[in-house]
Ligand binder design. Structure first.
Ligand code: PLP
Length: 403
């Protein structure tokens, strides 16, 4: 036992420094000290094949030479931060690349996924007021969705245990069942500004929403002049085998929010907006100190170039189909899986035991997977992973499932 400065006593079996981090995570016992490609290494040198990618962040894996090169080049300019009061080339080039690769006409940069969604809600309200009345302010979200942990994004997040301790959350945000009948009522054109949808609900169990359902939502929102926001923070930027997830469903939303892999592991979010919504925004309407700084934007420019590469996207589509087939066969062989869902490099498998038990056995086997609910495992391999490593990871997963 050791006494800390504030007099409390901690167990000497635990690394004391961990206790200086706010206790809001149940951290795994290993400490990672190095990464290379699709592998992380702990202090003892043990390798872990990564099927989690830092929760969909490390799309290009670890120690990527291109990211390192982009960082070195960016640091050469001496510019890490320049205020948004001034112009910088990397932010403008990055915005241009995102616009060129999407439906969008303009981009807002921020620092995280939740912040991107909060921004999108504000943009939707400003636009909706400009075309409707002061009553057109409501935000509708879907059952099973996750949109972040700030007050409005949490209000749109369907996780009672994340919400309850912090209520009251931001007002004017409602969660609706995922049925057209319920949404037809909830999406009142007079009072609703935006509908936010995660086309593949990641935290909510890796649920791929039906393309026909999403198309109907597009039709209803367009008719009633409600902004359709696709939250692609987890499923966008190549993960489904298309640059934006909305392309996989054949839908053009009014806004798309991005974050996780955008800057190769550096914190960056973005809101892609249509011309009409962009035109409703004016100087002073929103802001952020760090968003789109020259260093991070230079790194993101490199990431966007890599993740929009048609060859990479085609491999994710083909290898993703193969990966799904392998998961289905494993499910049948093992008798320990109830369901397999997903597309591209985003899969969920419902297991017959506590998913966290399988996660822990994965650590023993040298595999990192995460959960999406009590009985669902979530697999988010780095997008650079090809068949050999996918196959190896599947072997380790089967070992963890059946041991
Ligand atoms: N939206 C989705 C779909 C997410 O998966 C996440 C994070 O897991 C967020 C929003 C929130 O992003 P952040 O943790 O960067 O605030």
């Amino acid at each position: 036992m050791t006494s800390t400065m504030n007099g409390s006593v901690i167990s000497s079996e635990q690394p004391a420094r961990e206790f200086n981090l706010l206790g809001i995570y149940n951290r795994a016992p290993m400490t990672f000290v190095r990464g290379s490609g699709a592998y992380l290494f702990d202090g003892s040198g043990k390798a872990y094949l990564d099927f989690a990618s830092g929760i969909a962040v490390n799309a290009l894996g670890y120690g990527d030479e291109g990211i390192r090169g982009a960082m070195e080049q960016a640091i050469g300019s001496g510019l890490i931060h320049v205020s948004n009061l001034y112009r910088t080339e990397p932010a403008e080039r990055l915005a241009h690349a995102l616009v060129e690769n999407s439906f969008a006409a303009a981009v807002f940069f921020c620092n995280s996924g939740a912040e991107a969604n909060e921004g999108a809600f504000k943009f939707a309200r400003k636009w909706a007021r400009s075309i409707g009345s002061n009553r057109k302010t409501g935000i509708v979200a879907l059952r099973g969705g996750f949109h972040g942990r700030l007050f409005a994004s949490l209000a749109a997040t369907d996780r009672p245990s994340y919400r309850a301790p912090f209520e009251p959350l931001a007002g004017g945000v409602a969660i609706c069942e995922r049925t057209l009948a319920d949404l037809d009522v909830a999406l009142d054109g007079e009072t609703v500004a935006a509908l936010i949808v995660e086309p593949v609900q990641g935290e909510g169990g890796v649920r791929v929403l039906d393309a026909a359902f999403l198309r109907s939502l597009r039709e209803i929102t367009a008719e009633r002049r409600i902004a359709l926001i696709f939250d692609e923070i987890q499923c966008g930027l190549g993960r489904l085998g298309t640059f934006l997830a909305c392309e996989s469903f054949g839908i053009v939303p009014d806004m798309v929010t991005l974050a996780k892999p955008l800057a190769g592991g550096l914190p960056m979010g973005a809101v892609l907006v249509s011309r009409e919504i962009g035109d409703a925004m004016a100087p002073g309407d929103h802001g952020t100190t760090f968003g789109g700084g020259p260093f991070i934007a230079s790194v993101a420019e490199h990431v966007v170039e890599r993740l929009s590469n048609p060859g990479l996207l085609a491999s994710i589509r083909t290898d993703g189909i193969w990966f799904g087939e392998q998961l289905h066969s494993m499910a049948q062989r093992s008798g320990r899986v109830r369901a397999v869902r997903g597309m591209g490099y985003m899969w969920g498998i419902d297991v017959i035991e506590k998913a966290s038990d399988v996660v822990e056995r994965g650590w023993d086997a040298g595999l990192l997977v995460i959960t999406a609910g009590d009985h669902t495992l979530r697999l988010l391999p780095p997008l650079i992973m090809r068949r050999a490593d996918l196959e190896r990871g599947l072997g380790l997963l089967e070992q963890a499932l059946t041991s």
